[in-house]
Ligand binder design. Structure first.
Ligand SMILES: [Zn+2]
Length: 267
C-alpha cells in the first residue's frame, strides 16, 4: 500500500533509495547523447507500491520494458554518453511537462494509480524536486558543457512501446518520433526502412508534441540540436538476446548516420 503522508510529505528519497540519475560513458566520444526517461521502475520506499499489485509494477505502465538493456549496450557500442532515469514513470513521468495532468498519472491505460490520488501539493513538488528536476538539470549541464567545448551533439531519446495498447495492436517494430528537426529523423527513417525485415513507423505509434513530451522539445529543439526519439516494440526487446540484437543493429545504423552527418558537415 502507499505510505505517503505517513512522514514529511516534502521529503521523498531517503536512505534506502538510490539517486534518480543513471549515467554511463560520461566521457564517451560519440556525437550521440542518449537519454532514457523511462529507463527504470523503482519506487521510493516512502511511496510503498503506489497501491498497485506487483504485476502492474512490471508492465509498460511503470516503465519502458526492455529499453534499459538496449540503452546500456548501445551506449557501450557507440561510446556514447547515456543519461537515464531510474524511477518509475508512475512516480513522475520525466517525459511530460510537470504541469501536464499525466505528469503524475492517476490513470494509466486502464489502471487506477491509487497512490497518486488526491496528492498534496507538497508531495507532488517533492517528486518534481527530487526526481524530475535533477534528471533534467543533469541533461542541461551535459549539453551546456558539450556546446561550450564545441563537442558535436545529437540528441537521441530512447523509448519502447507496448505491442497492444487499449486493445489496439501496433504493427511497427520501431518508430522515429520527432517534431521540428528536419535533419536527423528523415535520415534515420530512411536507414530503418532500408532494413528489409523492419516495419518502421514515421511518428508512430505517436508523434512528439510540446504538450505530451518534455525531453525532445526542451533539450533537443529549444537547444537547436539535431534530435529524434526512437520507440522499439517491447516484445522484441523483452529478453537480453533481443536487447543485444537491437543495440547491435542501432549501433550499425547510428554509425552510418554519423558518417553521413560528417560528410554533410552537420557535425
Ligand atoms: Zn518511454
Amino acid at each position: 500500500m502507499a505510505l505517503e503522508g505517513a512522514g514529511d510529505p516534502s521529503l521523498l528519497l531517503g536512505k534506502g533509495d538510490v539517486p534518480p540519475i543513471h549515467e554511463d560513458n560520461a566521457a564517451g566520444r560519440s556525437p550521440f547523447l542518449l537519454t532514457s526517461d523511462h529507463y527504470g521502475r523503482l519506487i521510493p520506499r516512502v511511496l510503498g507500491d503506489l497501491g498497485l499489485a506487483a504485476d502492474e509494477l512490471t508492465r509498460h505502465i511503470a516503465w519502458d520494458v526492455g529499453i534499459a538493456g538496449v540503452a546500456d549496450a548501445l551506449s557501450k557500442q557507440l561510446d556514447a554518453h547515456l543519461i537515464a532515469q531510474r524511477y518509475s514513470r508512475l512516480v513522475i513521468d520525466c517525459n511530460r511537462p510537470p504541469d501536464a495532468p499525466s505528469s503524475i498519472p492517476r490513470l494509466s491505460e486502464a489502471t487506477t494509480i491509487s497512490g497518486n490520488a488526491g496528492l498534496a501539493g507538497e508531495a507532488a513538488a517533492a517528486r518534481r524536486r527530487e526526481i524530475f528536476e535533477p534528471y533534467h538539470r543533469r541533461i542541461t549541464e551535459v549539453i551546456d558543457r558539450r556546446l561550450r567545448d564545441g563537442v558535436p551533439t545529437v540528441l537521441v531519446s530512447l523509448h519502447s512501446f507496448t505491442p497492444v495498447y487499449a486493445g489496439v495492436a501496433r504493427p511497427w517494430h520501431i518508430g522515429t518520433l520527432y517534431h521540428r528537426d528536419t535533419r536527423l529523423p528523415p535520415l534515420l527513417l530512411k536507414l530503418l526502412r532500408a532494413e528489409a525485415d523492419l516495419l518502421a513507423g514515421d511518428n508512430e505509434p505517436y508523434a512528439v508534441s510540446d504538450d505530451t513530451d518534455y525531453t525532445i522539445p526542451v533539450h533537443g529543439e529549444a537547444r537547436g540540436l539535431m534530435n529524434s526519439g526512437i520507440e522499439i516494440r517491447q516484445d522484441l526487446i523483452a529478453d537480453q538476446a533481443g536487447q543485444q540484437q537491437w543495440a547491435d543493429r542501432l549501433a550499425r545504423i547510428f554509425g552510418e548516420i554519423e558518417t553521413a552527418l560528417r560528410a554533410q558537415r552537420l557535425i
